[in-house]
Design a protein around this ligand. Sequence first.
Ligand SMILES: C[S@@+](CC[C@H](N)C(=O)[O-])C[C@H]1O[C@@H](n2cnc3c(N)ncnc32)[C@H](O)[C@@H]1O
Length: 310
Amino acid sequence: MIVSSTIHLPVLLDETLEVLAPHADGRYIDATLGGGGHAEAILTASSPSGQLLGLDTDPRAIQRVSDRLARFGPRATLVHANFRQLESVARAHGFDEVDGILFDLGVSSFHFDEAEQGFSFRKEGPLDMRLDPTTGLSAADVVNTFDEEALADILYRYGEERRSRRIARAIVAQRPIRTTTQLAEVVVRAVGRRPGARLHPATRTFQALRIYINDELGALEAALPQAVSLLKPGGVLAVITFHSLEDRIVKHFLRQESRDCICPPGTPICTCGHKAQLELIYRKGITPSPDEIARNPRSRSARLRAARKL
Ligand SMILES: C[S@@+](CC[C@H](N)C(=O)[O-])C[C@H]1O[C@@H](n2cnc3c(N)ncnc32)[C@H](O)[C@@H]1O
């Protein structure tokens, strides 16, 4: 199948709509607009009067989605912002007490398709990897200036790369590294290609650098409590994750916020005073059907978790 460079298929779309159950007059936040697929479906399902606030940290996504959602007029408000600032952005636009909030984490197909953003090791491009190119360190800054131990640490923590030390040593020895394919070659030379391996040897290195550069896990940890505070009672928080690091954060947060007491196990009397704010909708989350995975291989590792505000 040839995947067009202008298409990003929304993952777990039917399941997300089922759990958010958009309705007319409802107010929704899409914290990760991407290509606007989920946002468009939420606006359509909440016709004629549902409102949507959409955020993306990538200004190019906002531009793309403005055209796609133009027909919804003032029902869609799109803002270039990091969801780390979710609460202040939402309140500034009158979106408090909302019916549903969606996070569809990570990057979109557009990021891999556009070589100049430096996300793909298959396409020659500058080593950038910033979702928001207006701020922060690029992958080139990290790869060419961090010491070997710091690089190994990033690869191990965010890529779960077992050969992190060997790769970090090779990176430092081959600097300066300016392009995506140059970095991919350094990794391949350092660790070799395993016959029959499903993943390209540079996959974990690229994932680790991307997560670190965009502080993806820090932003998620900061945003989840803000999302809960914006929901009205009965409102739904839905989060689609793509790897175990982010899924662990979401799972832990939703479990914790759905319990009345979070004292350490074995504590005889509750001293934390914690009160449940959420009710889990699925215990283990929902994964894509084999059909969806066949249609959209990118959905393979997706998991939807959701909870309802009490
Ligand atoms: C998987 S895509 C979303 C796809 C979208 N649901 C659709 O149907 O097209 C993830 C998007 O989230 C954005 N993103 C990642 N981290 C973000 C953050 N901290 N704040 C806001 N947007 C973020 C990325 O730029 C990307 O466009």
